[in-house]
Structure formats: C-alpha cells, structure tokens
Write a protein that binds this ligand. Structure first.
Ligand code: ATP
Length: 314
C-alpha cells in the first residue's frame, strides 16, 4: 500500500509570458490539482501514487515523465489510445492577472472510470485524495470519484476532499449536488472560504457549513484564506494558522501545496498545529516561486523560508 493515492486529470499547461493574442513562446508544464498534491507529498519522501487515464501519445508521455521524475508511482495509470491529453493555456495577461483557457473536453483524463480505479483502490493507501475537479469532468468521472470515496472509507483509508471549484467546468448548483454524495465519505474537507457552501446548504455561512460537515462525520475542515493563512475546524474547536510571509510571485497551485503539506503532516503523525504549519509552509513555497508545483520543498528544505528576507542569498 502507498501512503497517498490520488487520481484525476493531469494536464499539459502551456504558459505564456504575455497575452496569448500577441503570440510568443509557450512552455509546457505538468498541471492538475491532483498531480500537484502527489508531487508535493512525494517530494517530502512519502510514497505517492497517481492513477487515472492519460493519453497514449507524446503529450501523455510528457506528463508521466514529469510525475515519474518526482518519484510518483504510476503503476495504475491507464493509457487511452483514443482520447487526447487535456490542455490548458495560462496567459500572464498582466503581472496581477493570469487567465486560463481550457481545451480539456473529451480528454483522456475526463474518461476515468470505476474500472480504471479498481486495481489502485485494491492495492490500498493510507490516504486517498480527491478533488471536485474530477467530479466535474464527466458523469463517469463523477461516479468514479464517488465510488473511490465509498470504497476507500470502507477500507479505513483517510479520504480527503478538496472542493476546488472550477467555474469554467460547472455551475455552483451542479457542484453542490454532486459533492453532496461524496463529502459524506470524507474525513478531511479542504475549501476556500467562498467554496464552503458547495459542500453544505446553499448560501449558508462558514460556521453553519462546518457544523453540517462535522455532523456528517467529517473530522477536519480546512478553510484556506490566501495571504491570511488558514483555519482548521475540528470537534474540539477552531485553530488559525498565519501564512508564512513571502513575496508572492505566482499563486497558482498554492491550495494544492497547502493540502499536500497538511496530508504529509498527517502521514508523519503530527498534531493539528504541526499539520497546519506544514500546510502553510508548502503554500508559501509555491506562492513565492514560479510554477504550480516546481518550487515545492524537499524534506531537507522545509525550514528554508525561515528568516529569509527579500533578496537573501544562501
Ligand atoms: P489556488 O486555487 O491558486 O491553488 P487556493 O485559493 O486554493 O489557491 P489560497 O488560499 O490562495 O488557496 O492559498 C493556499 C495557502 O497558500 C494559504 O492558506 C496560505 O497558507 C498560502 N498562501 C496563499 N497566498 C499566500 C501569500 N500571499 N503569502 C503567503 N502564503 C500564501
């Protein structure tokens, strides 16, 4: 059994330094929330596995090569000869505004099925990480996500669900309806403050949704607050963690890094304060560097940001 199992759509992200319409160079990067979490956990020395469908072509090979280089196990990936890799274009429109264009409808990743996942779930994991993105990709992917949550919870695996709402993939109402069937099997729920009512009553405030989740058997609710850090709710109460101060150069992937840090802390048996500290530390590494996951720390780098001032040389 691995420490962490996750599945979803790994995307080829094509980044530009300026507006897409004026052209210029595009550089390919591995992207996708679940892949980011797998890399974050693997960098810290845990055994992480990524499952799901990947196109059986050069772009799929690129994605797997990136994950393999990070030490992520790919034993249960299914190659799809008929569907393409999902693409996303990340346009740096201005220093403060990055825009995303997706070309992912009908992709290999969106065709993931229960059958694809059976071997990975049978092999077992200490933690299963799911996101609301996979549930949004297709009816089959939604059913696969729900099935994985049920199957893992029954096997005693800790199930973590990151709401990860993508407005370009589905409406808030569609997300709420689908996630209602999944969240009841989760032990850890991760959301931004504005996503929280997607796993509870529409329009309900934070405390109401948290109470609903704890009532449904969720043990920890993590609310990400960007530069303000995060809050963690358990039956014992609420704990706040400040963000690690960094120069923010690229916030994409911060949430996935946060989740990877939290789950790594869980795998290491840290208490809630320790798990949160690792979560905000990984978030800071990704916010303070370019790329969705490239600047995630290895274990020996976890304390690297302590006492760093802008322009520090080590
Ligand atoms: P994304 O969807 O871009 O991955 P998110 O909205 O899911 O991000 P955020 O709340 O923006 O998640 O960030 C996750 C965590 O990363 C925060 O809880 C915080 O610990 C850290 N973080 C985010 N922004 C900053 C910042 N400006 N400075 C330091 N840490 C930050």
């Amino acid at each position: 059994a691995v420490d962490l199992l996750t599945f979803g759509e790994a995307l080829v992200s094509l980044r530009t330094a300026g507006p897409i319409v004026t052209g210029g160079a595009l550089t390919p990067h591995l992207a996708g929330a679940e892949a980011n979490v797998a890399v974050g956990v693997a960098r810290l020395g845990h055994r992480a596995a990524f499952a799901g469908r990947v196109s059986d072509d050069e772009l799929g090979e690129f994605l797997l090569r990136q994950l393999r280089a990070e030490g992520v196990s790919l034993e249960h990936v299914v190659r799809d000869p008929d569907r393409p890799a999902g693409l996303m274009f990340l346009e740096r429109r201005t220093a403060d505004l990055t825009r995303v264009i997706y070309q992912r409808a009908g992709s290999a990743g969106s065709a993931v099925s229960v059958e694809d996942l059976r071997p990975a779930l049978a092999a077992g994991a200490r933690v299963l990480h799911l996101t609301g993105i996979t549930a949004a990709l297709s009816d089959g992917a939604r059913e696969a996500t729900r099935w994985a949550a049920v199957t893992a919870a029954r096997a005693g695996t800790l199930v973590c669900l990151d709401v990860n709402h993508r407005t370009k993939l589905w409406s808030r109402d569609a997300a709420r309806a689908a996630l209602a069937d999944i969240v009841g099997h989760a032990s850890v729920v991760v959301a931004s403050a504005d996503e929280l009512d997607l796993v509870g009553t529409a329009g309900a405030d934070e405390l109401t949704v948290v109470a609903e989740l704890l009532d449904r058997g969720v043990s920890t609710v993590l609310v990400k607050l960007g530069g303000d850090g995060a809050r963690a709710y358990t039956r014992e109460g609420v704990r706040q963690a400040a963000a690690v101060p960094v120069t923010a150069v690229d916030t994409v992937g911060a949430g996935d890094a946060f989740t990877a840090g939290y789950l790594s802390g869980h795998l290491d048996g840290l208490d809630l304060a320790g798990r949160l500290r690792r979560a905000v530390t990984l978030g800071a590494f990704v916010v303070g560097g370019h790329g969705d996951w490239e600047t995630l720390p290895r274990r020996d780098e976890l304390s690297l940001l302590n006492d760093v001032q802008p322009g520090s040389t080590l």
